[in-house]
Design a protein. Sequence first.
Length: 284
Amino acid sequence: MKTIPLPIPPTKSKKHSWQAIVGLLFALLVIAASVYAFLVLKHDHTLTDLRGRLQGASALHPFGTDHLGRDVLTRLLLGGGQTLGYSLLALGAALLIGIPFGLIAGYKRGWVDKLFMRIADAFLAFPDTIVAIVLSGLLGAGIGNLVLAIVIVKWVSYARLVRSTVLSESQKDYIRIARTNGLSDGRIMRKHLLPHIAGHVLVLASLDLGKIILLISSLSYIGLGAQPPTPEWGAMLNDSRPYFQSRPELMIYPGLAIVSVVLLANMLGDYLRDRFDVKKEVQP
């Protein structure tokens, strides 16, 4: 008698655990670097010493000094806190605005949904970078105005994602049963719809983090973001540009930092996308 082989259950890819370990190590590295910068390094990141400018690596200055004699390692670590901190701030603010808008538009529909779609279409008519540059120029140079411009640009993508997920979920039987049982709209959105959109939003946010870091660094590089003497990776690249031939490492250090953090953020996004099995709904 011919036997039918049983299907072999799919094995979990080792890529998941590997990326999780990398993400954990990255978080620990950021924490350790911050502690090292504030507790161990005693250099003032704003203190200039023209007699010690453009020095090479030494015991006192492991990464040397910049064109004003400031310790490069101290500014690099503190600049990482500025870049990552403001990127997370912009991302969090965009989430706080986009999720409620998307929930209400997708659940209520009607004129609320139509108004939201018109607003979203206006924002999506132009690339994010162009809109951020225009808004930063209109608001004025400064890291606060840059964060505000990024929030204005980014909240629409989260609202659209939440809206599309809510539109799909609100047609399912468990939502109809919840309405029949007399649950309020707020309770349905909070208790039944939010858990379904959490994975999608988390994946998009992790993939967006690298884009926001690049946006803040690039606009700071052209003078629309952090202003001197605030240490920030994009601003450090701009400050070191005239000395690239004599001291190329002054640009290499912040450039490598930006590339490494963006790469790790994208790896985290890929891991979360596989973890939550989000393939079609969220695009990187």
